[in-house]
Write a protein that binds this ligand. Structure first.
Ligand SMILES: Cc1cc2nc3c(=O)[nH]c(=O)nc-3n(C[C@H](O)[C@H](O)[C@H](O)COP(=O)(O)OP(=O)(O)OC[C@H]3O[C@@H](n4cnc5c(N)ncnc54)[C@H](O)[C@@H]3O)c2cc1C
Ligand SMILES: *[C@@H]1O[C@H](CO)[C@@H](O)[C@H](O)[C@H]1NC(C)=O
Ligand SMILES: *[C@@H]1O[C@H](CO)[C@@H](O)[C@H](O)[C@H]1NC(C)=O
Ligand SMILES: *[C@@H]1O[C@H](CO)[C@@H](O)[C@H](O)[C@H]1NC(C)=O
Ligand SMILES: *[C@@H]1O[C@H](CO)[C@@H](O)[C@H](O)[C@H]1NC(C)=O
Ligand SMILES: *[C@@H]1O[C@H](CO)[C@@H](O)[C@H](O)[C@H]1NC(C)=O
Ligand SMILES: *[C@@H]1O[C@H](CO)[C@@H](O)[C@H](O)[C@H]1NC(C)=O
Length: 534
């Protein structure tokens, strides 16, 4: 830790600045001191937007995915910094710290609760959208990806060089790799290759001292940022990833079954037949079949439950037909249901973009914001047949919405639970997401839709993990518990921490204590330093 010696004199110099910001006057003092500090730090070419700048709101709103956090009711940052160089990130951390300002780090802005760009206390938004270089090496099958790159940009970069390599990550192309990988990151290659974090080889991170660490200098931090999220630990600048091999031709499919077409049978009957709940986690690793019970509106304006089975197979359709006719005949999968394409075309397929569109659509970083709320669960035991009608009723009451049941097994069951901070591995059947969106503005509509989703979540309680009821960090949900940003409490952190990280929570808090003992990097759901009294 010889770096520490270099940084201490610097911090002493910086810490002579402003007292804790208590009011508007203090805030404007700290912000001008912050600005001055940046300039003193070789940051004169960095881009800083103050609220008086006409680009401030467009820059802020450019990467807000949840419309709930766009309006005037959402507290705005004191300033936005959009680094174009790693040294700008270091300076932002040091100058914010010196002026008692917090920062929020944003890569793709897809956080469900907007924690990457909003906070109850004064803060600087560090927006990494200009740090998005991708250096790909087909020979070594690796890539360095800067945090502000999107999944679409990574997928495009791979496909621009080869159609036999891929990367296991999420299905929405505008997600940022900064937040997504740190929280785990999963998609349809999960059963074959695990999570994004299982294919991360190295990372560059700015810590609370403003130092850049890499795998060989960050010790246990490398374990933490693979599932523990980035926001509690520092600013991730870039990831080095291992690309994975895929065949030139793969198969994607979606088959829709209405409940009265026997979808409920496929989903829940527990006879001697293979059924989706039983088989999806036991199929070949080359097959991923997501079940999507959802509520759709019919042309007669009635709502109905439909179950879509959306899948991907790393091979040809005819082989899939023959495999499924033996392993999962109840699905009724036919050759016409499968669509053969390259792996990158399946990225379009999953994103519901026509697969014949030029791949450049993947470079479109902006996504249309919408009002939504999402919750998650993990399931370790098959849900009994008799429980399902009650769940479908609760689903119908939400109105138009979807749920996604993502099968585990395969590679997920092979990777040791302690390999990385991500804690939900062997022994899980499904990861579930419940998702409702709406178009009406206003608090009443929000309360109504969120309430309906909560009721669905409540109805599923007996059939999912308990004590804690586990949740997926990347499906951020403030109903899992929140902390005060001004006075974080260990007992409050334990509530959401154990849901997201299970037995890994304490280890994460100890790593936090080592790398950020003053808890500079914090938000409403961050991991506080492990307290001495415990
Ligand atoms: C439409 C949609 C589809 C999705 N599909 C999937 C899916 O298929 N699979 C899946 O696993 N998830 C999925 N997600 C969830 C997604 O993985 C998370 O929202 C993820 O955190 C987004 O990363 P981001 O960089 O875009 O988000 P941001 O909002 O920028 O950040 C999310 C969190 O990470 C922190 N953070 C961001 N960048 C950094 C950084 N560089 N260093 C340190 N901390 C950082 C932020 O402060 C915040 O706490 C989906 C989300 C949406 C909206
Ligand atoms: C807004 O901020 C940007 C980036 O710092 C700067 O280039 C631009 O001149 C500013 N515009 C105004 C009107 O102040
Ligand atoms: C200063 O910033 C420039 C780019 O903005 C970078 O090339 C240079 O390495 C930085 N110098 C230091 C000392 O960080
Ligand atoms: C795709 O690859 C070609 C050839 O290597 C390169 O010229 C082009 O710039 C790449 N496209 C993008 C958008 O990176
Ligand atoms: C990691 O950082 C150390 C110290 O700065 C450096 O010596 C080493 O080369 C770096 N490793 C990589 C892979 O960049
Ligand atoms: C399916 O896999 C799970 C583990 O993922 C195992 O416990 C179970 O016995 C398997 N079921 C069948 C029918 O093979
Ligand atoms: C269904 O509802 C929409 C919007 O509420 C309306 O425009 C449409 O006419 C309705 N269709 C029928 C068949 O009632």
């Amino acid at each position: 830790m010889s770096n520490l010696l270099l940084i201490i004199p610097l911090l002493l110099l910086l810490s002579t600045s402003a007292p804790p910001s208590l009011g508007l006057a203090h805030q404007s003092t700290s912000i001008s001191a912050f600005r001055q500090c940046l300039q003193n730090h070789n940051h004169s070419d960095a881009v800083l937007y103050l609220p008086t700048n006409s680009s401030f709101l467009p820059v802020l709103n450019a990467y807000i995915h949840n419309k709930r956090f766009i309006g005037p009711a959402t507290a705005k940052p004191l300033a936005i910094v959009t680094p174009t160089h790693e040294s700008h990130v270091q300076a932002t951390v040091l100058c914010a710290k010196a002026n008692n300002l917090q920062i929020r780090t944003r890569s793709g802005g897809h956080d469900y609760e907007g924690l990457s760009y909003r906070s109850p206390s004064p803060f600087i938004l560090l927006d990494l959208n200009n740090l998005r270089r991708i250096e790909l090496d087909v020979e070594t099958e690796t890539a360095w990806v800067e945090a502000g790159a999107t999944l679409g940009e990574l997928y495009y970069a791979i496909a621009n060089k080869t159609n036999t390599l891929a990367f296991p990550a999420g299905v929405c192309p505008s997600i940022g790799v900064g937040g997504h990988f740190a929280g785990g990151g999963y998609g349809n290659l999960l059963r074959k290759y695990g999570l994004s974090v299982d294919n991360v080889l190295d990372a560059r991170v700015v810590d609370a001292r403003g130092e850049i660490l890499n795998r060989s200098t960050m010790g246990d931090l490398f374990w933490a940022i693979r599932g523990g999220g980035g926001a509690s630990f520092g600013v991730i600048l870039s990831w080095k990833v291992k690309l994975v091999r895929v065949p030139e031709v793969v198969t994607a499919f979606q088959v829709d079954r209405w409940l009265d077409q026997g979808a409920s049978d496929i989903f829940y009957r527990l006879c001697h037949y293979y059924r989706w709940q039983q088989v999806s986690t036991n199929l070949s690793k080359d097959i991923f079949i997501r079940a999507m019970p959802q509520v759709v509106t019919t042309p007669e304006n009635k709502t109905k439950v439909m179950i879509s089975f959306v899948g991907e197979y790393l091979g040809r359709t005819k082989d899939l037909v023959s495999y499924l006719s033996r392993s999962f005949p109840e699905l009724g999968f036919r050759e016409v249901d499968g669509k053969e394409m390259s792996w990158v075309e399946t990225v379009l397929f999953w994103a519901m973009i026509p697969v014949n569109k030029p791949l450049e659509v993947l470079l479109n970083r902006k996504s249309e914001p919408s009002y939504f709320k999402s919750k998650s669960d993990y399931v370790t035991e098959i849900i009994p047949r008799e429980a399902l009608p009650g769940i479908w009723d609760a689903l119908l009451k939400v109105g138009p919405c979807f749920t996604q049941w993502n099968p585990y097994g395969g590679r997920m069951a092979e990777i040791d639970t302690d390999e990385a901070a991500y804690a939900h591995r062997a022994g899980y059947l499904f990861k579930v997401q419940y998702y409702v969106w709406w178009v009406e503005d206003g608090e009443e509509a929000e309360a109504r839709h969120v309430g309906a989703l909560d009721a669905l979540h409540e109805a599923v309680t007996p059939y999912v993990t308990k004590e804690p009821r586990e949740a997926y960090l990347n499906y951020r949900d403030l109903e899992n518990g929140v902390n005060s940003v001004e006075k974080p409490e260990w007992s409050k952190a334990k509530v959401y921490g154990e849901k997201y990280f299970k037995g890994h929570f304490e280890r994460l808090a100890k790593i936090k204590a080592e790398f950020d003992p003053e808890n500079f990097f914090r938000d409403q759901q961050s991991i506080p330093p492990f307290p001495h009294s415990h």
